[in-house]
Design a protein around this ligand. Sequence first.
Ligand SMILES: Cc1cc2nc3c(=O)[nH]c(=O)nc-3n(C[C@H](O)[C@H](O)[C@H](O)COP(=O)(O)OP(=O)(O)OC[C@H]3O[C@@H](n4cnc5c(N)ncnc54)[C@H](O)[C@@H]3O)c2cc1C
Length: 388
Amino acid sequence: MYGLTDADLRIQATARSFADELIPFEEQAEAANGELPADVTAGHEKRAIELGLHAANMPAELGGGGMTAVQQVLVQEQAGRVTNALAWVVGTPPSWLPAVATPDQIERYVRPAIRGEAVECYAITEEGAGSDVDAIEATARRDGDSYLLGGEKWHVTSFNTATFAFFQAKLTGGEHAGEHAMFLVDLPSPGVSVVRTPGYTHTISHHHPIVAFRDVRVPAANLVGAEGDGMTFAYEWFRFERLMVAARCLGAADRLVTEASAFASQREVQGVPISSLGMIQAMLADSLTELFAARALVYETARGIDDGADVKVQHAQCSMAKLYASEMAGRVADRAVQIFGGRGYMRENVAERFYRELRVERIWEGTSEVQKVIIADQLAKRGAGALV
Ligand SMILES: Cc1cc2nc3c(=O)[nH]c(=O)nc-3n(C[C@H](O)[C@H](O)[C@H](O)COP(=O)(O)OP(=O)(O)OC[C@H]3O[C@@H](n4cnc5c(N)ncnc54)[C@H](O)[C@@H]3O)c2cc1C
């Protein structure tokens, strides 16, 4: 099915069995604010590296998995079957970085990230700049051999575990004044501090604090690419992450359909399994059908990337994949809660956890509305024939 090769199927099986190892820890994590004992998490991280699942997206010549886009999707799809972000140990370091990083940056950031010794976070969004990244107010000013960075960033995911941050700012002087630039900021660094750590809908150990950067001095060698390049990197990363969000949504929907279907076969009401009731059947049938459609869309998008599709076409297709898969997974989770009835509202139930956790998939890496703007824009420029 789906034209997967033997190598693809082996990778898929490895990722699936690792996800199956993590699933039994979900309820423990849920009951403890998403936290597992440090030695347990360390064990999971080690295993993800040993199995070749961590850094699957990174070039093989740097020690990464060198996997195709299809294979990366297969790995992240299985990771998506696990709640409470326990499968985030299957890390995806910034695959856009090696192509633009200096040899020094490769040694200090890329190789350690691939080895699992360095962890990145992204400090891009601000209180007044989310969907409209261009509205950021963070600043970067060249000062001799270094830059001085300032600004306040919101929702900085994994700041509590990260060893470095990508910080996006607008340049305040020089020939690129007003343009974007991206910087690597070691963590901790003088001038970087948590303003506050809000609570979020999901129960995961990764925090998303508001972080202040006040007169943070970084060497000029920490500029990524050239002055004015900042937005380019953001777009490249969005493309990758949107496809991976879509892949994880497939995994979540697969798990939900499987578990809801099993429950429906076993739960009897008035002497018959609820799986024989037309209204339950309709929810399961809709969910399975939408999962199939989403999976075909996501795999085909990945295959196009592997075949070297035009980058603008990739951009539109990744948006379509993210839009459809995240909305689909939300609908499937909603139906799964309904099928489980009262059990579906209990935090020990997988449907309840996914019902909360999947909500953000329609928001981060570009909201559903923003994906529609991108898709409609590309449709107007290229026509349907080029995109679908
Ligand atoms: C849990 C979580 C983790 C996150 N992690 C990170 C992170 O690690 N790093 C980081 O930099 N950011 C992160 N984000 C930020 C995330 O990417 C933004 O929240 C997202 O892009 C939306 O931006 P916003 O919140 O400012 O919403 P807004 O831009 O304020 O949008 C508000 C509403 O307006 C709509 N809207 C906006 N523009 C348009 C338009 N052109 N047409 C139609 N409707 C529109 C939106 O769809 C939305 O419904 C995270 C967010 C969350 C919730």
